[in-house]
Design a protein around this ligand. Structure first.
Ligand code: MN
Length: 185
């Protein structure tokens, strides 16, 4: 946890410097308060997944680039989800960045775990972002076009994520799914 906070702290500071934004400006762009951004930059806060997404959208970067350094392109990469699962904040979904965002590929691939009864409504991602979901285990529901749809293991869904969408676990066991997020840049 500490390590994630430290990487995030350094990354957010770096992004803000690259943009030449004050904390005030960054708060305006991300919708995350100046106080919270200050805490994150000092490594004092574990932001929720929702806040991480706001930061990523505000800075126009991928979610995984906030969690770990970009992989070296053209390098064979083998690792295990068990070693990558992170819980950005208590009670939130578990996030494993299996393949972090690589600009030459344009996508990131997550394994996501939803605790029973967990629900997250996602604000629209940047224009042109597409999500590809494949359910691994458990039964989940996906909010698309204002309607919750039931997805079972093996179900695969691609949708435009630049509009409101959501994920929830209506059951009593965790739901695990893969989410490949493609950025049109
Ligand atoms: Mn999303």
């Amino acid at each position: 946890m500490q390590e994630i906070n430290q990487y995030l702290a350094q990354r957010v500071k770096q992004l803000r410097q690259e943009k030449g934004w004050s904390l005030d400006q960054a708060a305006k762009e991300t919708g995350v308060s100046k106080a919270m951004l200050g805490q994150i930059e000092r490594g004092e806060s574990s932001p929720t997944v929702a806040r991480l997404w706001k930061i990523a959208s505000g800075f126009h970067c991928s979610l995984s680039s906030l969690l770990e350094p970009a992989p070296t392109p053209q390098q064979t990469l083998k690792r295990h989800a068990d070693d990558l699962r992170q819980q950005p904040s208590q009670g939130e979904m578990l996030v494993a960045p299996l393949f972090s965002y690589d600009p030459s590929k344009g996508f990131e691939l997550f394994e996501l775990t939803l605790a029973p009864a967990y629900e997250r409504i996602s604000e629209p991602h940047e224009p042109g972002v597409t999500e590809h979901i494949v359910v691994i285990s458990g039964v989940m529901e996906l909010l698309l076009d204002g309607q919750w749809q039931t997805l079972e293991p093996g179900d695969a869904v691609r949708f435009a994520a630049d509009c409101e969408h959501g994920y929830r676990n209506p059951g009593t066991v965790p739901v695990v799914f893969h989410d490949l997020i493609h950025y049109a840049r």
